[in-house]
Design a protein around this ligand. Structure first.
Ligand SMILES: C[C@H](O)[C@H](O)CC(=O)C(=O)O
Ligand SMILES: [Mg+2]
Length: 395
């Protein structure tokens, strides 16, 4: 079979929720006084949108092959991502064979090294990479997980991230990850409130349900150690997530040595590429790696990150990212469960994570998802035609 070539790549942006899942309306739990590295400034403490967490918007990458097939993917990247795709990366994509995924990745990464490596450039590369996997799998008429070696289990089980672990338990999830509300700038009173909320949730969910704290890069080693010790000893906190800024590998290593035995340190959603994750692994920074497949370099890079972790006996439980994670997690022994981000404003019902941008996006039922829910070609999702796309740099 002669493989089609790539005719066009197009990049669009969209405002409002979707892949930029922090871009929500008022009153959403995800923007309600969550501790961040900006919490030391009182003006930026109550809302993450106040410091611009939602400025980027969604990036939609669409790749059309010579046989008319179209692959696409969504990630966070907005207009800046569109510029990178249309003005720079398109030259490595258009004209290539649809099977040239590894070569295209290498060319995109190496040609942007002088201004890229991490952040928005790697988000954009991830978006192109995911669209390429979607296209190849669609042309083959198979789900992406089949191209990755096929499922190693019949279903995925999920923990839920959101403000209501108690409701997540009723909905069948295996655990609940709370956002941390108060950072070091809110001193002892903030620490007490953080522990109180955890205690209240522990009372509601009972002893066996996993409870975790997501600290979104907001703490220092000293505070994180105190929080971890008290939260684990008093309320059985299972893991402390992203306690420190992503560049503080030394701090993570120290924190991991400090936390009580049996408690896990997790991080990685703002880390990227095999080299970034190699640092986390070699410096013994954490127990679970949490790459976001839309930000770490795409599926092509996640395969490598996962192999590095596997060789060291570490788990990879990707951050959010819906179908782009599910197709990977179902194929890997060292990814035994997945995250589901509760995007309902009150975290009281299951809604698709990338709502409203995608159609056919599967969601967990009773905290689980059958592998057969992922059997449609590609990543199995469609763009919602009612969500209008904007192409800022048409060629
Ligand atoms: C809840 C966290 O602050 C963030 O919005 C999501 C996240 O880090 C995660 O799902 O993990
Ligand atoms: Mg997190």
């Amino acid at each position: 079979m002669s493989m089609p070539t790539i005719k066009h790549v197009r990049a669009f942006t969209v405002r409002g929720a979707g892949a930029d899942y922090h871009d929500q309306g008022d009153g959403h739990w995800i923007d309600d006084h969550i501790a961040t590295p900006m919490s030391k400034y009182p003006d930026y403490r109550q809302s993450r949108q106040s410091f611009g967490i939602n400025v980027l918007g969604t990036l939609v990458v669409e790749i059309e092959a010579s046989d008319g097939s179209i692959g696409f993917a969504v990630t966070t990247g907005g207009e800046l991502g569109c510029w990178i795709v249309e003005k720079h990366l398109a030259r490595f994509i258009e004209g290539a064979k649809i099977t040239d995924i590894e070569k295209i990745w290498d060319q995109m990464f190496n040609s942007t090294l002088y201004y890229g490596r991490k952040g928005i450039v790697i988000n954009t590369i991830s978006g192109v990479d995911l669209a390429l996997w979607d296209l190849l799998a669609k042309v083959r008429g198979e789900p992406v997980h089949a191209l990755l070696g096929g499922p190693v289990r019949d279903e995925l089980s999920f923990y839920a991230t959101g403000a209501r672990p108690d409701l997540a338990k009723q909905m069948g999830f295996i655990g609940g990850k709370l956002p941390l509300h108060h950072g070091p700038a809110e001193r002892e009173e903030g620490l007490r409130k953080n522990l109180e909320l955890l205690g209240e949730m522990r009372n509601r969910v009972g002893d066996d349900f996993w409870l975790m704290y997501d600290c979104w890069m907001s703490l220092d080693v000293e505070y994180a150690t105190r929080l971890a010790k008290a939260a684990h000893e008093e309320f059985g906190l299972k893991w402390i997530e992203e306690a420190l800024p992503p560049d503080d590998y030394w701090g993570y290593a120290e924190l991991r040595r400090n936390v009580p035995r049996g408690m896990l340190v997790t991080t990685g959603e703002h880390e990227a590429t095999r080299w970034g994750f190699r640092m986390l692994l070699e410096m013994e920074c954490c127990d679970i790696l949490q790459p976001d497949v839309g930000w770490c370099g795409g599926i092509t890079e996640l395969i490598k990150i996962s192999a590095l972790a596997d060789a060291r006996g570490k788990l990879v439980v990707p951050h959010g990212s819906s179908v782009y994670s599910y197709h990977f997690v179902i194929t890997r022994h060292n990814s035994p469960f997945a995250e589901f981000l509760m995007m309902a404003p009150k975290a009281d019902e299951v809604v698709p994570m990338f709502n409203p941008q995608l159609l056919d996006e599967p969601v967990p039922v009773n905290g689980r998802m059958r592998a057969s829910a992922l059997d449609a070609p590609g990543f199995g999702v469609r763009l919602n035609p009612e969500v209008k796309l904007h192409r800022p740099f048409p060629r």
